[in-house]
Structures are given as C-alpha cells and as structure tokens.
Design a protein around this ligand. Sequence first.
Ligand code: NAG
Length: 192
Amino acid sequence: MQLSLTQPSSWILLLLLVMNLFLWKNVASVPMCAMRNARCFTFFEDTFELAGSLSHNISGEVSELFTEFYEALLKSGHMILNAWESPLENLVRELSATENVPDTIISKATNIKTKINAVQKGVNSLMSSMLQNGDEEKNNPAWSRLPLLQPGNEDARIRSFYGMISCLDNDFKKVDIYLNVLKCYMLKIDNC
Ligand SMILES: *[C@@H]1O[C@H](CO)[C@@H](O)[C@H](O)[C@H]1NC(C)=O
C-alpha cells in the first residue's frame, strides 16, 4: 500500500521523523559527558563532584582556621603573661618602696603577682601540651612596649603607677577572655 500525506498515519510518521532529527541535533551539539581521568562525567555527576570536593576542602580549611584561632589565643595569652613578669616585680618593689602607699595596696599587688605567676605556669603547660613550637613568640616586639616605671618625684611615680596598673587591667581582661574561650573549646562547654 502506498502512503499518502492525506492519510493521518503518514503525518504521524513524518512528525516522528522530524522530532527524531531534532533530538539527534541536540545530542550532537551538547556533549553528554565531560571526560576526566578517563571517565565520563555527566553534567550532574560533574556538578556534584566539583561542589562536593570544594565543600570538603572548605570544611577542612574551616577546621584548620578554628584550630589556628585557638592556638593564636593561647600564644597571645602566653605572650602577655611573659611580658608582664618583670614589670610586675618592679611594680610591687616600687610600690613597697614608696611612702604613703597603703599596705592593702601593696599586699593586693603582691597577691596579684603570685596569682599571675600561677596562671603563667598553667598556660606554659597548656602550651607544651597543645603546641609543638610554643616558644617562638616569647620575645614578640609587640609586647615590649609596656609602660616603664618612671623614676622621679612622687607625682611622676604616682602617674607612672597609674599608667602601669591601667595597662595591667586591660591586658588581664584580655587574658581572662582568651582563657575562658579556650576552656570552653577544650572542655567542649556550650553557651559560655
Ligand atoms: C584546599 O585546596 C587548596 C588548593 O585549592 C589546598 O592548598 C588546601 O590545602 C586544601 N585544603 C584542605 C584542608 O584540604
């Protein structure tokens, strides 16, 4: 039997043929896969593969950042404590040698010095257990700029005590924050 375009079945056949041509044309112009490492990756595989390896890398980088941040806190605390060691000794000695300084102030300063030495020992042992190269920041120039006690008359000494104690106050607020954050991290305490 001869097919004629007047017959409905002929139209369907022609339509199928044209659609097929269209499909093949699209297949030929868009590659179905990307070759990598002698493997064919489809568009979705490729996207998942790239996004997956990138997010894996980011996750690794974030945990490195996290660890480095706490190491930096510990090192900063350590640096502040070391930098204050001898200025604090001077402060206590000078306060004791200055007339009209109440005993309560001298004993408070002595007490603070003793406690700071204890914190220093604790931080040193944290440093040696948490870090391999803990001593590298010992002489950081940033912390060699502590105010010095000025010799001179009583007014100058009072001013210099004031400068030093307010600097001590600032620095130990920092140490307090660093050590608290580290404690929360190391002991995995939530909401602190
Ligand atoms: C993340 O990728 C970069 C290179 O793109 C690489 O240098 C780094 O080591 C990777 N990080 C991790 C944690 O895998």
